[in-house]
Ligand binder design. Structure first.
Ligand code: FES
Ligand SMILES: [Fe+2]
Length: 392
């Protein structure tokens, strides 16, 4: 390494959060019985929000799309992420690539639409530079850029695919996509999107993750869910990249829907039929609900300390979607109702976190997944790790 390669900032050990906040975060990393929930500041502070954007959302793998969104060359998705609008495109060679959505001439944003199919090139609306779907500069009107075209391609970012999800990471030096739940038996990659529900929430994104991770609240809040599921049956699995576990359905219940009945084939060919729903939170913001006959995906996107956007998508097997008389209304109604019940609680917690009377509290024994998420978050933000690991 030469002197010029050495960044003094990299050598200066320092926490990424202030010492007082770091101490509060460390309390969430203690064993469950002694641990305390997260401090109010992480739900309300603009400074913490900015740190999260930099340390978590700009350095983690995030599921921005599904393989099915790119049926042909030129198919694209754009997605807002940490102030960027990421562009994912399928090229003629079939490869999916993710780019910064920024022209290499004078920086105009290239594509505005959330999804679609480009005809023959990515064309800048400003001076009409055009790029191939592989990101290479093809043409700059009345300019000779042939000799430098290879330096003027769109800036790419790491992309990975798993179980039909397309993950992108803004960190060019990102580690490979980490271990994800072993879901091969469910064949999630082949599932097709049926419907997407969008919600705007007046709460911090982590409150949504925490709420997803426990059913301690379910008996009083979700009477429709309580009728169908054994709420005390939650399992628990925790790794550095996700946590979750199964919940059992009650006898005679096929799935979670308004009726509790299902005529759809099971995702996993199991005999006897599965009576489990598997819930996983893949850090930081991907929530998977693998039901016997469908997949429900929630993603939460931070917009401000007390403002988040959630999208909730229903996926089924292609033959179910194509079957005559296919009707997902019972599942959609059930989850829209359950979601709204949850969002009201999440906003209630945000109101409490903004109070001078808020104090971190203890976890219930059934809140192991909440504790696992909070401890992951605390560590990701710099708590309980040697200072020299903290990234500047
Ligand atoms: S900014 Fe895109 S062509 Fe000029
Ligand atoms: Fe809930």
């Amino acid at each position: 390494m030469t002197a010029l390669d050495c960044n003094v900032e990299d050598l200066a050990p320092r926490p990424i959060v202030a010492a007082a906040l770091e101490a509060a975060l460390e309390r969430s990393c203690a064993p469950l019985e002694q641990a305390r929930t997260l401090p109010a500041e992480v739900f309300t502070s603009q400074r913490v929000f900015a740190l999260e954007q930099r340390e978590l959302f700009a350095r983690r793998w995030l599921a921005l799309a599904r393989d099915e969104d790119f049926p042909q060359a030129g198919s694209f998705v754009t997605h807002e992420l940490v102030g960027e609008r990421v562009l994912i495109v399928r090229a003629e060679d079939g490869v999916l690539r993710a780019f910064y959505n920024v022209c290499r001439h004078r920086g105009a944003r290239l594509v505005d639409e959330p999804r679609g199919c480009l005809r023959s090139a990515i064309r800048c609306p400003y001076h009409a530079w055009s790029y191939g779907f592989d990101g290479a500069l093809r043409h700059a009107p009345r300019m000779d850029v042939a000799s430098s075209a290879h330096d003027l391609g769109l800036a790419a970012m790491p992309l990975a695919r798993h179980d039909g999800f397309v993950f992108v990471n803004l960190d060019a030096r990102a580690e490979p996509l980490g271990a994800l739940p072993r879901l091969e038996p469910f064949g999630l990659a082949r599932l097709c999107r049926v419907r997407r529900l969008d919600y705007q929430l007046a709460c911090n994104w982590k409150i949504v993750c925490e709420n997803y991770s426990e059913c301690y609240h379910c008996p009083g809040v979700h009477p429709q869910l309580a009728r169908l599921a054994d709420l005390a049956s939650g399992g628990f699995e925790s790794t550095p990249t996700y946590n979750g576990g199964p919940m059992a359905l009650k006898a005679g219940v096929d799935t979670l829907s308004t009726s509790g009945r299902s005529a759809w084939a099971q995702l996993a060919a199991e005999a006897p039929p599965s009576r489990l729903v598997h819930y996983y939170l893949v850090y930081p913001n991907l929530m998977l609900g693998i039901h016997p006959d469908y997949l429900l995906v929630h993603r939460v996107w931070p917009r401000a300390p007390a403002r988040s956007v959630v999208d909730c998508e229903l996926f089924v097997a292609p033959e179910i979607l194509a079957a005559p008389g296919f009707d997902p209304a019972g599942v959609i109604e059930f989850w829209d109702l359950t979601n709204r019940q949850d969002w009201a609680l999440c906003e209630r917690v945000q109101q409490g976190a903004a109070s001078r009377g808020y104090r971190p509290g203890p976890y219930h024994a059934s809140e192991r997944c909440v504790h696992a998420f909070d401890a992951w978050y605390a560590r990701a933000m710099g708590a309980t790790r040697p200072r020299r690991e903290a990234r500047s």
